[in-house]
Design a protein. Sequence first.
Length: 219
Amino acid sequence: MKEYLTQQKKYSVLNLVRRSGPISLSHLSAAIGLDRKGVRHFLDELKNEGLIRQKKLGPSTGGRRPQLFELDPHFGIAVGVDIGLTHTRTVALDIKGELVGREIRETKPGQGLMDGVMETMEHLLAGRKAPPLLGIGMAMAGLSDPDRALMIFSPKFGNLRNLPLGKIVGERFGAPVYLQGNAGAMALGEQAFGMGRGTDDFVCVNMATGIGLGIVING
């Protein structure tokens, strides 16, 4: 239990740096309710792991200028893939959430579907001197099993059944794969980064070739 609580405090420091960085040691300490020595310990660990870096000094409020900390964008990138009925859209982002690449290609029908997805992702990453690939998030219309990254059924793609997206893409690119239905993925994105932040209950309507609905209840 002690180890678990320690990790949770460390994650709290990391998450606050993610949301509010560049941020000073004193502001981190006040926001988390942890003494400066404890926060400094976690900051040192996160720096050694390559997740955060010290940025420029902040403005003085009467004393010495404070050190500011932020996520280190060189730690790694994540790739997002939206497999649409007409187009497959891919993006690459650093851990600060900043866009570092984008690729859009027409979705190939039938048996060529996965070949087209792979080609789009490979073109996105080709020749890029990028940090390590940390993970791949995929969205596709249909009934999915997120725990297994399995697309169970997608009537929009020729009654596609039991497509092991996570296994296929993960083995090709050597990174973990996370799968959601496209409307659910949109709702999760809005909850974390968009209009749904700070809101426990909302619906997200995806109006494209068809109409989808993502629902968030009690957070």
